[in-house]
Design a protein around this ligand. Structure first.
Ligand code: PLP
Length: 404
């Protein structure tokens, strides 16, 4: 999407003036990151050097063994449409990995897996298949901005449930229960969390999952950052439930395998839901890229190479996290100490958007205002950037925060 710097947008053309958004998208919120990223672009174009701590993707290249598998797929002619839900070998690999965790009475089969163009599409398909007008969906907040928009596109109502500082902005089962109504139909979990990096313990997750089971809510568990953790392995919903009747687990290769551009994500769902999501996808995008699917088979099956690549990246993320949090601790700036993902959520001490603009304009550091995550007094710092940039960027952030 091309964005214009606020206040400099040209007059609307006749074609633009003729456009009235349909009821489908009229409520769609423009990304709150756009103003800052547009400004960062404008400053760069004007010759300023900008430290970008806004990125939501690893700054590493896709591991060589995965790229090699993609080359082999191209050379062997795997360049045609595939089944909408994905090639069988990939769905088998996904099911096998998930069954390593899941000990329930209904083992995961390839028929329960739908491969999509990124986990973003998996989440959208799930929201669109499960929720509709009159439904309410609980969203622990702060959380990734697209959940709200996807729930809204399904014409359901997103209900933010705010986490508390003492718990790293995580929510409890009791807090979720307090926000529920007879219309509550689902819950979207994300651990490790974007934007806080907080990780729910197995006990916390178990309590939430058992509340959802008692109430008959659908649970969408977005586990895209599950491999990027700095302490004990993060729990998956699959580790904790005995049946999957109302559970959709979402994952993908974008973050852990540095494969954002390949666009592969998946949902593990009860078979009827998987079939509905496949039908929906068959009328929108069809299959995800055939080449990317073959590359993902290698990512999941060549385990030694994958583990080494993930360990290498996580090692770097950890060093950057430690360096950044040390600077914030020394300056006594409140923040959530991240146990996973590659984000640091910092209390801006006031309006996060104004803070982000000041940081960018005066100090050339781009971060994402917390309004993008429904918590406007915070900013998100990504440490998916070289450690020198992270240290320099957070040092400048501390200066701005002290003068704020
Ligand atoms: N879920 C969360 C919490 C994310 O932060 C992102 C990307 O930023 C996604 C899903 C989407 O990832 P993908 O690239 O697999 O669509």
């Amino acid at each position: 999407m091309t964005a214009t710097v606020p206040g400099t947008s040209p007059a609307r053309t006749p074609a633009e003036a003729a456009f009235t958004p349909s009821a489908n998208i009229v409520e769609l919120r423009e990304s709150a990151t756009i103003a800052v990223s547009a400004r960062a672009r404008a400053l760069r174009a004007a010759g300023r050097t900008i430290l970008d701590l806004g990125a939501g993707e690893p700054d590493f290249d896709t591991p060589r063994f995965i790229r090699a598998a993609a080359e082999r797929a191209i050379d062997s002619g795997a360049t045609h449409y595939t089944a909408t839900e994905g090639i069988l070998s990939l769905r088998e690999a996904i099911a096998a990995e998930a069954n390593d965790r899941y000990r329930g009475s209904d083992p995961i089969t390839p028929a329960d897996v739908v491969v999509s163009n990124g986990s973003k599409q998996s989440l959208f398909n799930a929201c669109f298949a499960l929720f509709g007008a009159g439904d309410e969906v609980l969203i622990p907040t702060p959380s990734w901005t697209s959940y709200y928009e996807m729930v809204g596109l399904a014409r359901a109502t997103a209900v933010p449930v705010f986490g508390t500082r003492a718990r790293g902005l995580k929510v409890t089962a009791a807090e979720l229960a307090a926000s529920a109504t007879p219309r509550t139909r689902g819950l979207i979990l994300n651990s490790p969390c974007n934007p806080t990096g907080s990780v729910y313990t197995a006990a916390e997750l178990r309590e939430i999952l058992s509340l959802a089971a008692t109430r008959g809510w659908w649970v969408l568990s977005d586990e895209i950052y599950i491999r990027i953790v700095y302490g004990a392995p993060a729990a998956s919903a699959l580790d904790l439930v005995h049946t999957r009747d109302r559970l959709i687990v979402i994952n993908g290769v974008a973050k852990a395998y540095a494969m954002t551009g390949w666009r592969i994500g998946w949902a593990i769902a009860p078979r009827a839901v998987a079939a509905a999501m496949t039908a929906l996808q068959s009328h929108t995008t069809s299959n995800a890229s055939s080449i990317s699917q073959h590359a993902t088979v290698a990512a999941l099956q060549e385990r030694d190479a994958a583990e080494a690549a993930i360990a290498h990246m996580v090692g770097h993320f950890r060093a950057r996290r430690d360096a950044a949090t040390a600077l914030l601790d020394a300056a006594e700036i409140p923040h959530v100490r991240p146990d996973g993902a590659f984000y640091l959520y910092v209390d801006a001490g006031g309006d996060g958007a104004a803070f982000a603009t000041r940081l960018l304009d005066r100090y050339g550091v781009a971060v994402v205002p917390g309004a993008a995550f429904y918590t406007p007094d915070w900013v998100r710092v990504s440490y998916a950037a070289p450690i020198e940039s992270v240290v320099e960027g957070v040092t400048r952030l501390v200066e701005v925060r002290r003068g704020a």
